[in-house]
Design a binder for this molecule. Structure first.
Ligand code: SAH
Length: 245
């Protein structure tokens, strides 16, 4: 009768919390998203029922239906794990699920996860803050929610690192707004695709080169002076440099 809202981290099972691994092993039911890796799912106990709410045929996965599925499952089982990529409360709509379950009188425990907003840059050797280069970091969504979107002109600030999730599709408009807001066209940019997985790839460029980059989702966009750094041993699959000078 408890739903555990669990962060799965960016992909690599080694980056799960111990609490997450324990809950996956003991869950009666696991309800997960599309981006959860097979490696993480392999930690689910063999008797547990798995629901992929990213692609079950016939089950339309609107947020309302996921919420109702969780309420129903919580009334049937002791331990329901709702597994979400990264951190459950960073753009995962985990907050809405917790609210709905709370309204239904169901106990909810939330287990933090490593967000791709931090792990993505880090695994590409990029510190999101760095003395002398960046005094802070802003994390935003690049997607539009119900017609509204982040005003990037207001986020053009050379002293802060900008991390954009779900930003690949709208990278041209994001760039346009940042330039309009006064950010230097030569500001370093890095796009980290599939962070922590075998397909991890980093593409580096200048801000004015971002619209033309050949990059795919899921990816984290990092914009700011720190995006030019490459610290530590990078274990990623491939790294591409696309500096146009
Ligand atoms: N709750 C998640 C974010 C969900 S929104 C978290 O904390 O990480 C989904 C977006 O997250 C993707 O569009 C992409 O921008 C980013 N993302 C998730 N996993 C990623 C990964 N392994 N590598 C790069 N970006 C990732």
């Amino acid at each position: 009768m408890t739903v555990y809202l669990v962060g799965a981290g960016p992909g690599d099972a080694d980056l799960l919390t111990i609490r997450a691994a324990q809950l996956l092993a003991s869950a009666d039911v696991v309800v997960h998203d599309r981006l959860i890796s097979e490696e993480v799912l392999s930690l689910v106990g063999s008797n547990a029922r798995r629901y992929d709410v990213g692609k079950i045929p016939g089950l339309s996965h609107s947020q309302t239906q996921i919420n109702e599925l969780l309420v129903t499952l919580a009334r049937q089982h002791d331990c329901v794990v709702r597994l979400k990529g990264g951190d459950p409360f960073v753009f995962g709509r985990g907050g809405e699920e917790a609210q709905r379950l709370g309204d239904a009188g169901i106990a909810v425990e939330i287990v933090p996860g490593i967000t791709s907003a931090f792990a993505g840059p880090l695994l590409a050797g990029i510190p999101v803050t760095h003395r002398g280069l960046s005094h802070g970091v802003t994390i935003v969504t690049g997607s539009t929610v119900q017609g509204s979107s982040v005003d990037f002109t207001a986020l053009a600030n050379a002293d802060l690192t900008l991390v954009v999730l779900m930003g690949v599709a709208r990278r041209a408009i994001i760039t346009e707004q940042l330039l309009e807001g006064g950010l230097d066209p030569s500001t370093p940019v890095a796009v980290v695709e599939w962070a922590s997985t075998e397909q991890q790839r980093t593409v580096r460029a200048r801000l004015d080169g971002l619209p033309g980059l050949d990059v795919v989702s899921p990816a984290v966009l990092v914009i700011g002076a720190v995006a030019a750094l490459e610290l530590g041993r990078i274990t990623e699959f491939a790294s591409t440099f696309a500096f146009s000078s």
